[in-house]
Structures are given as C-alpha cells and as structure tokens.
Write a protein that binds this ligand. Structure first.
Ligand code: SAH
Length: 367
C-alpha cells in the first residue's frame, strides 16, 4: 500500500501536543484550545469551517495538517441497546468499540491495541494474536465516532457517553504513551471533559505501568485478577509469571495510596469448576480485605473452541454471598450485547492477513 497521507493528523494530539505543534509552526499556543474544542466538543473535522481561526491561519493549517478518522465498516445495534462499531484504520487493520447504555449512564468500551500479546486462556482477542499498538488518534477516534453517531455533538444534546472503560481489545498499559494521551483528551475540559472517576483503565497487571499511571494520569483502575493462587493465574493470565499476585496486590495498594482517594475494581471471571468455589471466594475476600476495592464478577462468555464453561447461576450466587459475608463489595456484570458478539472477551475485530492482500474477518462467535 502506498502511503497517501503525509499531513499531520491533529487527532493524535492532546492539549500539550497540540500546543507544541502550533508553536513549532510559529502560532500562538491558545490556538490549540480552539482546535481541540472544534474537534472534540463540536465534532468538526473540516479545518476550513473552524471560523474562529482567521482564514489565513486555516489555509496555512490545512497545508500541514488534517483530521483523519477511521472508516466505520459495521455499525450494529443489539436487542438490548448495546451498539458495536467495527472501525477500519488507515493500514487496513480493524478494531471494535462497544457502547453500553444503562439507566443512569452510558459506557463506551474502548480498544487500545489491534489484537493482544498477553494470551489469556479465556479471551478470544488472544486467539487473533498481536498486531500492533493503536495511536492516540485511533484511540480517541473511537470516542469521537461513537459520540458522532449517538448525536452527542449536536447543540444542546445530552452527554450520551458518560463513562469510558479501556477494556476493549489489547492491554492498555503496554501501549502507555498513546493511551495516556488519549485519556488526557477524555479528561480535558477542552475536549471530552469526563471526570477521572468516569474513565477506567483495565489491566491484566502490568505493574510498572500501574505505577507510572498513578504519577501521570490517575484514572480509575480495574485489575483483571481471576484467580487466588499463582498456579492457576499463571495458566489463565500468563503475565502472572512475570508479575505474580503478591506483587500485583502491592501495586494495587500503592495505586490507591498515592494521594487521591481511590479504590481498585478487581475483575474476576466466573469459570465453571476452575475458579468459582466457595473456598476461592473466601480466599479472595482475605486477599483484598485491606485494599479499598470492590469486586466485579464477570460471567465467562463462551466462544467457539474454548475449553471453558460459564459458572452456574447457583455458583455465582454463592460466590457473591461468600464475598459479601466477608465484607467485600461485589457487583455482578450483566452480559450485554451477546447477539452482536459485543460482550467481554468476544471482541475480535478484523485483521489484515499477513499477505496484506485480503481481509479476513475473524469472528469470535457463531462461525
Ligand atoms: N488487557 C486488559 C483489558 C482488556 S480485557 C485486561 O486484561 O484487563 C477486559 C476484561 O474482559 C478483562 O477483565 C478480561 O479478563 C475480560 N474478559 C476477557 N475474555 C473474557 C470472556 N471470554 N468472558 C468474560 N470476560 C472476559
């Protein structure tokens, strides 16, 4: 494929990046604020229409920059209102983004990488392997496209997307810089203006990234725990061999202790006869008792050729009761968007095959 775009994509900049870009081009830094507002608050990506910039500046800007969005390949609506977009990037790679409307909020589940390197045994994204990191622009574009289709940029419209979770495809802390810049745009009052409580990063437990994140961008943290002993966690989340449970829990403690009043959300997938016993619930309760936290139980979502099965409702209820009896706050995640393969662990996307000649659609469910 020949490279057709040489201009700077303004979607790749957070406020600092945009300011630097303007000053490198001999312009005042406050122009950055104006442009950010046009793009991320008014949904305007045509520079020539940004009419609070002088015509001369607009023309100059258009010579060196533009705003390029990924292409929406599929826009699917589930019976329960969940919506999923398949977006194609400039290089042909595709990713998925999911919007989950609830009574009191609307949550967007955002991807950080094409594929994933971690190879968790229960996750279908792992089966497609790792292709590449997403850029800042490709991450924030997911928010922009969702906001645009949901009508959020229209004058007087409600804020449809009230929460963002970095829980789509990929491990966000292994794409640190691009993810942090994109999250800064989510938080920036000149862009999406969400509060830190409403932006959550989910990690399989990349400890150095967790420490760095607390210094640079203290958003809400979710940790995919899934097991109460290293032997099982090594199997489910192979990253555990590098960052075992004890060290991970210490990192969680550091994250909550670092100034801001925060808590950790521990995600725990309920897999039948693997990690769903009462004994494990008791152990989990003991392990996290001293960390300000809550547990988010996620019923395992099956996909073809998986060896695992979801826990029974009875096992889930008992697990919840045991945790609650031990003083732990528990939320059970309701599976959403199953009919459009939008549930946790079902995001697979479309990846370009190695020959770069054809596109292969890898579907997690229903093949
Ligand atoms: N890499 C990050 C973020 C992506 S996964 C992380 O590991 O946290 C987002 C959440 O979906 C994680 O908690 C993950 O464990 C969960 N998940 C993955 N596959 C799943 C499946 N088949 N069923 C239910 N949840 C799944």
């Amino acid at each position: 494929m020949t490279k057709t775009h040489q201009k700077q994509n303004l979607l790749d900049f957070d406020l600092d990046g945009m300011k630097a870009f303007f000053s490198e081009n001999g312009e005042k830094g406050f122009r950055a604020v104006q442009v950010l507002k046009w793009i991320h608050q008014r949904g305007m990506i045509d520079i020539s229409q940004m009419n609070d910039l002088s015509k001369v500046l607009r023309e100059k800007l258009q010579e060196v920059a533009e705003i390029r969005m990924p292409e929406v390949v599929i826009d699917q609506l589930s019976n329960d209102g969940t919506r999923k977009w398949l977006l194609r990037m400039e290089d042909g790679n595709c990713i998925e983004t999911v919007f989950i409307p609830q009574k009191d909020r609307g949550t967007l589940c955002v991807s950080s990488q094409v594929g994933c390197i971690l190879n968790c045994s229960f996750c279908s994204t792992a089966k497609q392997g790792f292709n590449r990191n997403l850029s800042t622009g490709e991450i924030i574009a997911q928010l922009w496209v969702a906001a645009k289709t949901l009508g959020q940029f229209e004058e007087g419209a409600d804020r449809m997307i009230s929460n963002v979770v970095m829980m789509g495809m990929g491990e966000p802390l292994l794409n640190f810089d691009a993810v942090v810049a994109a999250m800064k745009l989510m938080l920036d009052d000149n862009a999406f203006g969400l509060s830190k409580r409403r932006v959550t990063l989910s990690t399989a437990g990349v400890i150095p990234g967790m420490d760095r994140l607390s210094e640079e961008c203290g958003v809400a943290m979710a940790v995919s725990l899934h097991a109460t002993n290293d032997e099982l966690r090594n199997e489910l989340v192979p990253l555990n061999k590098k960052y075992p449970i004890k060290d991970l829990l210490e990192a969680c403690r550091r994250y909550v202790n670092n100034g801001l009043k925060r808590h950790i959300t521990f995600e725990y997938i309920m897999i039948k006869d693997v990690n769903d016993s009462v004994a494990e619930a008791k152990k989990l309760g003991r392990m996290i008792k001293n960390i300000p936290s809550k547990v988010n139980l996620i019923p395992f979502n099956p996909y073809p050729n998986t060896e695992y099965e979801p826990s029974s409702q009875q096992a889930i209820d008992l697990f919840v009761k045991t945790l609650v009896d031990n003083g732990i706050i528990v939320v059970t995640r309701r599976t959403r968007g199953e009919d459009i393969d939008a549930a946790c662990g079902q995001l697979a996307g479309k990846v370009q095959d190695k020959t770069r000649r054809s596109l292969r659609y890898i579907k997690a469910v229903g093949e």
